[in-house]
Design a protein around this ligand. Sequence first.
Ligand SMILES: [Fe+2]
Length: 328
Amino acid sequence: MIALGIESTAHTFGIGIVDSECNILANEKHSVATEAGGLIPRELAEHHLKHAKPLLESALEKARVKIKEIDLISFSQGPGIGNALSIGAVAARALALGNKKPLLGVNHCVAHVEIAKKLTNAKDAIYVYASGANTQIIGYETGRYRVYGETLDIGIGNLLDSFGRALGIGFPAGPKIDEMYFQAKEYVELPYSVKGMDLVFSGLQTAAERLVGKADEKDLAYSLMHNAFAELTEVSERALAHTEKGELVVTGGVAASKALRKMLQEMCEARGAFFRVPPFPACPDSGLLPAWLGVVEYESGIRMKLEETIVKPKQRTDDVEVTWLSKK
Ligand SMILES: [Fe+2]
């Protein structure tokens, strides 16, 4: 089976094509990059609309397939920004209807988890999904992917990008401040905020931004990341302990951070858990995510009528009944 997936939850519009073993045949995408920060929904929609057709054409060309040879069209149904999601949904419906292909709308967060699971051969892991808009600690339990802990305000990637803007680094800031992390000399005192199993980053962001120009930039970058990643690591460790699962997988765009991977790996080694990271193309937002979850759901017998493919901007990870696992 060959599946084409369309991603448009936030600043990235992507077309991914995978086969039934999750071999990546094409992964074409384009993202809105803002210097000033913030995503304006109307501008996202205009960006996605502008790039949809050329990305579709180049994805089909790279995969060396014709649209007739695609067996399934899937797209990210939610969560995300409504205007942006709608462009992906309309593109997916048009492709499916025009070419008489089955159509599935899938959950974006579950898609991150399922492709990470497939490409790391994880069996029953705790997943750390760390991206711009989302930060969740997820694990499968009795028919759903449960969220054991999550950010109560901004995503961890958003924290890094906002701080990068305060330093005058372009977007995305992650790669540059990740280098600064390893060049720092000393820790600067900053807030550390864990609420039960949940995380709060806005106080850390404000405190770090107030010190820009007063403290060494590398030390500040190190301290901000150290606290944010330690909070995430602390909650991930408690999720492992609570569920007695023996594997941890990190995914999402922030999985690119060497600093985060190092901290999670050290925690896993200390408690004898396996630590896994998927190949990087499968971590950030892309069309590969809905393409692969489409395959998983379709092969488990899930089908959708057109009226069921409405976008769901507020759909939660744990809203989705994971019937493909609970049937096993
Ligand atoms: Fe994402």
